[in-house]
Design a protein around this ligand. Structure first.
Ligand SMILES: Cc1cc2nc3c(=O)[nH]c(=O)nc-3n(C[C@H](O)[C@H](O)[C@H](O)COP(=O)(O)O)c2cc1C
Length: 167
């Protein structure tokens, strides 16, 4: 059973997982899971917003460019192997949903489904995107993270729903 919760109710858990194991960004048709470690949760335009950062070299990038929405799926503890696969293998080369044994279910608010193994997930509609601008970036950050000049695209997702699994 999934329980609807407020947009920021899972804030601590989400930021904690981003900074440690990682979480799953699911996008595309058919959907492809990619591990992400960077993102923000906050309020813009009087809307709850989840931003995710995707490098143009990722298979997920092409999917996000065509997508209207995405889900962010936060797995419970014990899924590090799955996160390692989704964070090192590409959807160009394999069906990561099948390899990980994930099952998908229809979201309540967006076309992209969610991973049913998640402890909780976000349903987000893309309302804005922009490429990081190296001219406006701290040179130390640019040097450290963008040696190959693959500056992230930042996608802004309006959070339309957050659902927690009753464990
Ligand atoms: C813990 C972790 C966090 C990651 N965070 C991001 C991220 O925020 N943005 C990104 O573009 N890639 C990130 N990656 C790398 C992608 O997950 C990885 O390149 C993946 O294989 C891309 O999959 P795809 O080609 O199917 O899109 C991360 C990888 C790991 C292991």
């Amino acid at each position: 059973m999934m329980k609807s919760v407020g947009p920021f109710d899972m804030y601590q858990e989400t930021i904690g997982k981003l900074a440690s194991d990682g979480i799953i960004l699911l996008a595309g048709d058919p959907p492809n899971p990619m591990t992400i470690g960077w993102g923000t949760l906050g309020e813009i335009w009087h809307m709850p917003i989840f931003t995710v950062l995707v490098r143009p070299t990722r298979y997920t990038f092409g999917l996000m460019e065509k997508a209207k929405d995405f889900t962010v799926c936060v797995l419970p503890d014990g899924f590090n192997k799955h996160l390692a696969i989704c964070g090192s293998k590409s959807g160009r080369d394999m069906d990561k949903i099948r390899v990980c044994g994930f099952t998908l279910a229809q979201s309540a608010n967006v076309g992209t489904p969610f991973v049913t193994q998640s402890a909780f997930h976000y349903e987000c509609r893309i309302v804005h995107k922009h490429r990081l601008d190296p001219a406006a970036l701290d040179p130390a950050i640019d040097k450290k993270y963008y040696l190959t000049k693959d500056w992230h695209m930042v996608y802004y997702g309006q959070i339309l729903g957050v659902f927690k699994r009753d464990l």
